[in-house]
Design a protein around this ligand. Structure first.
Ligand SMILES: Cc1ncc(COP(=O)(O)O)c(C=O)c1O
Length: 366
């Protein structure tokens, strides 16, 4: 009997999603965003699956993540876009990683490190990384001066997904920046601003490349559309075995603070997974798992390494046995609860449900 929770990642689902998304945005190129341990799916395995399915680019946050992919045998083009002050970019040159640079200092450092090509990151309204519009002229002038030293292969920004109006405003700013670059003789072949939601919402957002994160893993970025509505297959199934079954009489509580007490004589199944593994602490008394063919509630507080599920009184017609696997979330088409169900139950979004799963949980990708 396996005694561990397991993150099973369906490689065929990842590759199916590449096909669906590629067709949805053609002729734009497609980047698979594999930052944050590939949204909890396992960075190297997911990146290799995406690479095999023919994505054009992989996207990560920083050089640490990019180098880990190269060391894991990933060969595809990799873009990384968030860098600390003082970054020298020597690893970018050594590991064939393309930095997306936000300012003059980063551009100069790339030139000095012998990085052959970069993307420029511009801030069109998110107010995070990226050059703000007042900085564009100086950055673009210097980019033009560095022609022949560093190729400006791409221009990128990131949308706030606030509303079509706000997104339109950002897209218009991006078009202005493309014009300013063109005035300096630079037309980056890769112009990209859309992530999953925008790419699937506005054709005009796709330009020459789309950066798909969530949708690549088969999850929907929309509140009102499920994975299947988008033709996507959720790739991750999180499960854990029942390692204990205990009868509890009516009135008995479970876990810290007795936030739940049995209203009738019942039984609790103990599962070896908790908030140290990435299960939200407040999933207790709100989320459900699929166990023994039925949805059953997580009851009491989720502890650091364990949680309990109410499996009802002993009933031969409704058995749950030691070693049975409880599914936390997976593919709705298989009758599983979804990451979106867990997000609703715990007051967050499906992104956070999968991305906060601990890297120490064993993962399989096949
Ligand atoms: C710069 C950038 N591009 C693309 C993505 C992918 O976003 P999504 O998962 O919504 O597709 C992210 C994720 O936050 C990002 O930070």
């Amino acid at each position: 009997m396996t005694r561990e929770a397991v993150v099973a990642v369906d490689r065929a689902a990842l590759q199916h999603n590449v096909d669906v998304l590629r067709r949805a945005v053609a002729p734009a190129a497609v980047m698979a965003v594999v930052k944050a341990n590939a949204y909890g799916h396992g960075a190297v395995e997911s990146a290799l699956a995406f690479e095999e399915a023919g994505v054009d680019w992989l996207g990560v946050v920083d050089l640490d993540e990019a180098v880990a992919l190269r060391e894991g045998g990933v060969d595809a083009s990799i873009l990384s876009w968030l860098h600390a002050p003082g970054e020298t970019f020597e690893r970018a040159a050594a590991f064939r990683i393309t930095p997306a640079v936000s300012d003059l200092e980063q551009l100069e450092a790339c030139a000095a490190a012998g990085v052959p090509a970069v993307h420029l990151v511009i801030d069109t309204g998110l107010s995070r990384n990226g050059a703000t519009s007042s900085e564009w002229p100086a950055l673009f002038d210097r980019a033009a001066e560095l022609a022949g030293v560093v190729e400006i292969e791409g221009l990128m920004t990131h949308l706030s997904n606030t509303s079509p109006h706000e997104d339109g405003h950002q897209m218009a700013a991006f078009v202005r920046a493309v014009g300013l670059l063109a005035e300096r003789g630079i037309t980056p072949p890769l112009q990209h601003l859309a992530a999953s939601a925008a790419a699937l919402s506005y054709q005009a957002s796709r330009i020459t490349m789309v950066r798909f994160g969530l949708a690549m893993y088969g999850l929907s970025p929309f509140d009102d559309r499920a994975s299947a509505d988008l033709g996507l297959r959720p790739a991750m199934t999180l499960s854990a075995p029942v390692i204990g079954i205990k009868a509890v009489p009516a009135g008995e509580g479970t876990s810290y603070g007795y936030t739940w007490r049995a209203s009738v004589d019942t039984r609790l199944a103990l599962l070896p997974i908790g908030y140290a593994d990435g299960i939200a602490r407040h999933a207790g008394n709100s989320a459900q798992v699929l166990l023994g063919g039925r949805m059953r509630p997580v009851v009491g507080r989720v502890a650091m390494n364990a949680l309990t599920v109410d499996i009802g009184p002993d009933d031969p017609a409704d058995p749950v046995r030691l070693g049975d696997e409880a599914v936390f979330w997976g593919d709705e088409a298989a009758g599983h609860p979804t990451a979106a169900d867990w997000a609703d139950a715990t007051g967050t979004i499906n992104y956070e449900v999968v991305a906060t799963l601990s890297p120490r949980l064993p993962r399989s990708c096949r």
